[in-house]
Design a protein around this ligand. Sequence first.
Ligand SMILES: Cc1cc2nc3c(=O)[nH]c(=O)nc-3n(C[C@H](O)[C@H](O)[C@H](O)COP(=O)(O)OP(=O)(O)OC[C@H]3O[C@@H](n4cnc5c(N)ncnc54)[C@H](O)[C@@H]3O)c2cc1C
Length: 393
Amino acid sequence: MFDYLKNPVFEQTREGIRRFIAEELMPMEHELALGSEDAWPKEVLQRVWRRSAELGFYASCLPPALGGKGFSVLEQCALKADLAASGSALAPHVLGDLGGPPRVGNMLKYATPQQLARYFEPVIRGEKSTCFALTEPQSGSDAQSITTTAVQDGDELVINGVKHYISGAPFADFAIVMCVTDASATPPAITAVLVDLDLPGVTVSQRYVPMSGQHIDADIEFVNVRVPSANVFGGLGNGFKLGMSRINVNRLLHCPTMLGLATSAYEASLDYARTRRQFGAPIARFQAIQHMLADMASALWACESMIAQTAMLADAGGDLRMKAAACKLFVSERCFEIADKAVQIHGNVGVTRHHPIEQTFRKLRMFRIFTGTSEIQRNTIARAILDTAGASA
Ligand SMILES: Cc1cc2nc3c(=O)[nH]c(=O)nc-3n(C[C@H](O)[C@H](O)[C@H](O)COP(=O)(O)OP(=O)(O)OC[C@H]3O[C@@H](n4cnc5c(N)ncnc54)[C@H](O)[C@@H]3O)c2cc1C
């Protein structure tokens, strides 16, 4: 995937990450007998974050001024696709997808010097972990309907509410919490607030495990949690804008992960089709199987091309709103179809609990829900198309 990228620093990093996975992470997973469906102790994850930072991978996607390598969005896509295809349970932690710099993404530019020093620089060094908390039990797609409040009291804000299904919360040190700061405004004013998760009144509960089997999501409850007003992130009332500024690139950056997962399912299907014999011949001899493989290869090429085009648009500073939504919609639906065909080609092996194909099928299904469901992506695309045509109503 993305084999045409030739920037020497990037190529070196890409090769370094491959070696890190093969020589350090996979042996660690083997030694600890832990896989992607186990709850990893935070101390082990911290070791991985710090080691990845020490090797120069963890924050590599940030600009050099923040300690990164300034990789383009396209280069970030290539690294993420490689990681997802690697089959390593710790792969999402190499670039910090579940609590490191990408969780903050381009919101980092809104941090004050004090917030950078206290919160974000430790995240960049792999010493602290964060999560982004917007969704609530009654507020999913309709994100503006959140009811968690942050009320000014002297020099402090008092936070009350519940955040739901927050990735990275089980091992996060602090959360970027979206709170209503003026319910009387239309729409209500929403503000991002940095909240340490060890404060009195904060409870992080892992009440569920998503179908991927990963223990990475939790609810966070805030009861009269007091934080200094200086923890307002990005300005009072700017929270929704801040969250939305992150969402387009985020939607795009989920796509290479799906591509990597689907590519590994396709490659396993090719191997299986060549070696599994029925009716005296490899099943790859049956045209029905060949057609499935042909459809998978074509869809992968379409996804990779679409991701590359959208990433190049992001790198050129173009308007991503419609195209990132289209990319996430298309890639999530095609990659899920690829996983479905992989299950079909693998027969009973593919429906066996914890087989890599069955795990990939479950993982890929989830991408049609988070960072905006497929229906919400279609709404965004339709709005953009109708706006462009001057026909918004
Ligand atoms: C694994 C996982 C990780 C997540 N991580 C985070 C995180 O880190 N931070 C965070 O804040 N949130 C996170 N979420 C929450 C996620 O963003 C929401 O689940 C998502 O926005 C959808 O909300 P919902 O599940 O409440 O579904 P709902 O909004 O209740 O939607 C239910 C159904 O109705 C449809 N629907 C709703 N509104 C419309 C509409 N206007 N038009 C057409 N159809 C509509 C939806 O498409 C869906 O099919 C995560 C979720 C999951 C599953």
